[in-house]
Design a protein around this ligand. Structure first.
Ligand code: TXA
Ligand code: MG
Length: 332
């Protein structure tokens, strides 16, 4: 299969481009498209065979549920069995936007999308291209991040093509995504609600809207790995990545002296080290999150053998960034 690349204006997508992609979705095909977080790999969420193709293209274990993307609250209610007060308040405050709500599903959602579970993850993305595509397709769109399983999430169309070229029908190229880290996943089917994956919407913002929430999936008598995004190596680059507390300078010097080709993500403007590829990262969590995956993709393309990352501070505002870095370094 040849992948068609269709350029699209991210702010006001051309109707012809959107219609072409919507037709692919309606016909049971796969379309990669930008959201405000990362590029998604979309298929008709109500069509089991279309959803099956997502797993095939990604090489993803069928035990991982897929987020269903909708335009708004009304369309979310078509696929969930209950719509609690908390969901209403959160949607009012954060939709369209980077918050995924896990709720009991309706029977119309195929088992493949929920990985056979009783819940479905649903979110209304804010990106104009994603909104236009879902509207034009006329169906909810199931979409995980548009990378091969366990790879780095794509924040540009080129990242999508690097891994999925000729495995999908079409890519809507809307340029770099404005965010860069995947949505916050909040399980509203458990009491208290539980953040399964930290993301752009912080625990404090969620608690301000609905009261106390639990954090992480591993605690207190709960089956681990409820959200596959919690699998340690879920966001790992192909090269070993290590986190350096207090800055990676001496570690990078050591590895370079050993003859390794090293990539270094610095937090702040450290001096360059000859023999290492240095990327200076923004010192604010939002800017850092927006750059992170693109920086890791760039280091992979440089052909580095090791990646050292200056570990950001252990504070609430760095929660999502540190979560992704921890997963990327798991197995080290
Ligand atoms: O920002 C995002 O969320 C991006 C864009 C494309 O929307 N999507 C994304 O999808 O990151 P994916 O498949 O790479 O990650 C989905 C996360 C996984 O951790 C998955 O387990 C969790 O959401 N999830 C989805 N449905 C779930 C469910 N029913 N129960 C628990 N976790 C669920
Ligand atoms: Mg993913």
């Amino acid at each position: 299969m040849r992948t068609t690349i269709v350029a699209v204006d991210p702010a006001s997508p051309e109707p012809a481009a959107i219609e072409r992609a919507a037709e692919v979705i309606r016909a049971g095909g796969l379309v990669a498209f930008p959201t405000e977080t990362v590029y998604g790999l979309g298929a008709n969420a109500l069509h089991a065979e279309a959803a099956a193709r997502i797993y095939e293209a990604k090489g993803r274990p069928a035990a991982n549920p897929i987020i269903v993307h909708v335009t708004d609250t009304d369309s979310a209610r078509q696929i969930v069995a209950v719509w609690p007060e908390e969901a209403e308040r959160l949607a009012e405050r954060f939709w369209p936007g980077p918050l995924t709500l896990v709720l009991p599903r309706r029977d119309s959602v195929p088992d493949l999308v929920t990985a056979g579970g009783p819940t479905v993850g649903v979110r209304a993305p804010a990106h104009p291209v994603a909104q236009a595509l879902i509207k034009a397709a006329g169906v909810p769109i199931a979409a995980p991040s548009a990378n091969r399983s366990t790879g780095i999430s794509p924040t540009r169309a080129e990242h999508v093509l690097k891994e999925l070229h000729d495995r999908i029908e079409l890519v809507l190229d809307g340029g770099p995504t404005p965010g860069g880290l995947e949505s916050t996943v909040l399980d509203l089917s458990s009491k208290p609600p539980r953040i399964l994956r930290p993301g752009p919407v912080s625990p404090a913002e969620i608690e301000a809207a609905i009261g106390p929430v639990a954090l992480g999936g591993e605690s207190a008598g709960r089956a681990p790995l409820r959200s596959p995004g919690m699998m340690p190596r879920h966001y790992a680059p192909c090269v070993p990545l290590e986190l350096a507390l207090g800055g990676g300078e001496s570690r990078v010097r050591f590895l370079v002296a050993e003859g390794a080709r090293v990539g270094w993500l610095t937090l702040g403007d450290w001096a360059e080290i000859p023999g290492a590829v240095r990327i200076v990262m923004p010192t604010d969590p939002g800017g850092y999150g927006a750059r992170l995956y693109a920086a890791l993709h760039a280091l992979e393309e440089h052909g580095v053998e090791r990646i050292v990352v200056d570990l950001p501070p252990d504070s609430q505002d760095w929660l999502a960034v540190r979560d992704r870095l921890r997963r990327a370094s798991a197995g080290m």
